[in-house]
Write a protein that binds this ligand. Structure first.
Ligand code: NAD
Ligand code: WQD
Length: 357
């Protein structure tokens, strides 16, 4: 018997597709929604191949209230939503701020409105980002959920900060609503089946897709952006988290929201009014370990045995020097931990890349 029907927006995307598989594996029925703005149609068939059964999918633009509303009319038994649908490229958001605000904010407003109006069980898991912390002060590393949020420099980052504000205000206003905001660090890797993974359009901006494309000969060499940072080897430090581990955290978050639990306000130090309701949860999702760019590059070479030409390049504008998560709260309250060894994660990214050649 199904544990309940979950709406998954942005379901064909990188993190959405992996979460789809894990929610189904955990016994949930999933309705996937996507407009394929940044994903391929065949992802849905690939999910079916992994699961060995047909799935429910609605091609819909979440920023359009009419078509998004039809999904809710058709699936009145939805008991919760995981909201991934958004545009996510930091650089592009600076060039196209209105597109980012329209898509990321309007889609979220529509989701909240529809969940509340239809008197559904208004349980929402939201894809937030470590970008809300900006460059943390050294004393806040590793970053816990109560670290100060810094004003984001990009419309993308601001859209995540605004989204958290909108959700926390909604929790205060609508007593049936429960929200879990998950702040992801740097998701990498691909499903062990190599049937789904990250599909960057054009030249990848993120490190791991650039690494795998370089290893595959699609790019000449990798530029390591800066080796003069105040870090042990001079390159930037991040918390790289395996996308399948990350997907499993969403299952735990939905389990928690559906379990009628309430949080203790003192555990939710930000957005106090929302915290007082006991229906507002924030978790950092990372491994708790920082890895430098050079460590990741060398780790990739070691894990795959593949040559990876790279050179040191100037710093990338706007880059944060170092950031990694304190994931203790997620471990304690969700019973979740990211524990896949980095070598396995990097091999999974390479195995996925080889299918794209
Ligand atoms: P992605 O682009 O691979 O997936 C997003 C999916 O949403 C795509 O399939 C896209 O077609 C779909 N989409 C976008 N707008 C839509 C709309 N209006 N209606 C329906 N579908 C729409 O991105 P991802 O890496 O899987 O990220 C998923 C979520 O996680 C995003 O909200 C992103 O901001 C957040 N996030 C991602 C990262 C990361 O590094 N990948 C880190 C932190 C947070
Ligand atoms: C990682 C490190 C680069 C490419 C971005 C978003 C953030 C979040 C996660 C969504 C940095 C270095 C990269 C390359 C390199 N997304 N690098 N050569 O910058 O941590 O964060 O994705 O919420 O909002 O900004 O990730 O993968 O771009 O970079 O040396 O060709 O790799 O300088 O130190 P980042 P990234």
């Amino acid at each position: 018997m199904s544990k309940g029907k979950i709406l998954l927006t942005g379901a064909a995307g990188y993190i959405g597709s992996h979460t789809w598989v894990e929610l189904c594996n955990a016994g949930y029925e999933v309705v996937g929604v996507d407009n394929f703005y940044n994903s391929e149609r065949d992802v849905v068939e690939r999910i079916e191949k992994i699961l060995g059964r047909p799935v429910l999918f609605e091609e819909t633009d979440c920023s359009c209230p009419e078509s998004f509303g039809k999904v809710f009319q058709k699936h009145q038994d939805i008991v919760g939503a995981v909201h991934f649908a958004a545009c996510k490229a930091v650089g592009e958001s600076i060039e196209k701020p209105l597109m980012y605000y329209r898509n990321n904010i309007v889609s979220l407003l529509n989701l909240i409105t529809l969940m509340k109006d239809k008197a559904l069980k208004a349980n929402i898991v939201f894809s937030s980002s470590c970008t809300v912390y900006g460059q943390p002060d050294k004393e806040h590393l590793p970053i816990a959920e109560n670290a100060p949020l810094k004003r984001s420099l990009s419309p993308y980052g601001k859209s995540k900060q605004m989204a958290e504000e909108i959700l926390s205000d909604s929790v205060v206003a609508y007593p049936q609503m429960k929200v879990c905001a998950l702040r992801y660090f740097n998701p990498i890797g691909a499903h062990p089946s190599a049937l789904i993974g990250e599909l960057p359009r054009g030249v990848p901006q993120n490190l791991v897709p650039f690494v795998t494309q370089t290893a595959a000969g699609i790019r000449d060499h990798l530029n390591v952006f800066g080796n003069d940072y105040n870090t042990p080897d001079g390159s930037c430090i991040r918390d790289y988290i395996y996308v399948v581990d990350l997907a499993k955290a969403h299952v735990k978050a939905i389990d928690k929201l559906l379990s009628n639990c309430i949080s203790k306000a003192e555990d939710e130090p930000t957005y106090t009014e929302a915290a007082k309701t006991g229906r507002w949860f924030i978790y950092n999702l990372g491994t708790g370990k920082g890895l430098s760019v050079l460590e990741l590059v060398n780790g990739f070479i070691k894990a795959t045995g593949v040559d990876l030409p790279y050179q040191i390049a100037p710093r990338r504008q706007g880059d944060i020097e170092q950031v990694w998560a304190d994931p203790k709260k997620a471990e304690l309250e969700l019973g979740w931990k990211a524990d896949t060894p980095i070598e396995d994660v990097l091999r999974s990214a390479w195995n996925w890349q080889k299918t794209l050649k």
